[in-house]
Design a binder for this molecule. Structure first.
Ligand SMILES: Nc1ncnc2c1ncn2[C@@H]1O[C@H](COP(=O)(O)OP(=O)(O)OP(=O)(O)O)[C@@H](O)[C@H]1O
Ligand SMILES: [Mg+2]
Length: 126
């Protein structure tokens, strides 16, 4: 008996008729293993199997750190809410980014340290 978790999209479940899509996911992941970046948009009608393909991707990416984010209507007006959701678990690696990207990301996510106003920025005169 296996101890495999019986999740909704258990990876043991075979996806029927999705050889081409699964192949595209495998190509993307293999590229990433060779430091080749890429992206893949999965779209289609309700219930067509988009989440099942994402589950397949996550299962095939066991050697990666998988980050997830999902859209929420109530957060649609919040700037960078999706980015925050996606990257929050990885922010311990922020310092590894080049300084410019680090500052941009920290600014977008509201992590930039607040500095006390200087004479010139506060507009005070002597
Ligand atoms: N290729 C497939 N082979 C077997 N089962 C599948 C396949 N595609 C989807 N399913 C099953 O069909 C159901 C709906 O799939 P899924 O939830 O992935 O659709 P979806 O496109 O994400 O839907 P939604 O648009 O509502 O989010 C699930 O039970 C899933 O396991
Ligand atoms: Mg879905």
């Amino acid at each position: 008996m296996t101890s495999r978790r019986a999740g909704f999209y258990d990876a043991a479940v075979r996806l029927h008729g999705r050889v081409r899509e699964c192949g595209a996911i495998d190509v993307l992941l293999n590229g990433a293993r060779s430091s080749v970046s890429g992206s893949l948009a999965i779209h289609g009608e309700h219930g067509i199997g988009k989440s099942a393909l994402l589950a397949y991707a996550a299962d095939r990416a066991a050697d990666f750190h998988v980050l997830r984010a999902s859209g929420t209507p109530s957060e649609s007006g919040l700037p960078f809410a999706g980015l925050d959701q996606l990257l929050r678990p990885a922010l311990s690696h922020l310092a590894a980014l080049p300084e410019v990207q680090q500052a941009a990301l920290a600014g977008a996510l509201g992590l930039a340290a607040k500095r006390p106003p200087t004479d010139s920025s506060s507009g005070s005169r002597r």
